[in-house]
Design a protein around this ligand. Structure first.
Ligand code: DQA
Length: 146
């Protein structure tokens, strides 16, 4: 089993970016956490970040054939990107939508998600701990759908 963990715009700044909202953990720390959790759960992972919508579209395309599912924290593109939604529909891989913050407790414009329409489920509000939670959620989804 192989999972792609894909991170969108501004998540490269985690640790210094609005730590009161997103926490002090850096994206490198999160990657380490995910790699440790992958070893514990016996899966392999890819871990990527881009600030560019088109690069994220291509990462989703590229996941077909090399990964069994995707964990996607699309950052602000969550709320705007029909292109990312269409990319997910096109590859027919299960996607778990992830956010560090509880987007529903924040501004109205963060309540709408294009990703959620095509995701198997959503995890938000648990900070960095959401990453291993999302891995567990996707792994159990993949087992159920076998
Ligand atoms: C985020 C929530 C988004 O609304 C925001 O634009 C982000 C981060 C999160 O992980 O909480 O960039 O996806």
């Amino acid at each position: 089993t192989s999972l792609l963990i894909l991170n969108g715009p501004n998540l490269n700044l985690l640790g210094t970016r609005q730590p009161e909202i997103y926490g002090a953990t850096t994206l490198a720390d999160i990657e380490d956490m995910c790699r440790a959790h992958a070893r514990e759960t016996n899966v392999s992972i890819g871990f990527e970040q881009s600030n560019h919508e088109g690069a994220l579209v291509e990462a989703i395309h590229g996941a077909r054939g090399s990964h069994d599912g995707i964990i996607l924290n699309a950052g602000a593109y969550t709320h705007t990107s029909i292109a990312l939604m269409d990319a997910i529909s096109s590859v027919e891989l299960p996607v778990v939508e992830l956010h560090l913050s509880n987007v529903h407790a924040r501004e109205e414009f963060r309540h709408k998600s294009y990703i959620a329409r095509v995701a198997v489920g959503v995890i938000c509000g648990f900070g960095a701990a959401g990453y291993p939670l999302a891995m567990d959620a996707l792994i159990s989804y993949l087992h159920m759908s076998k």
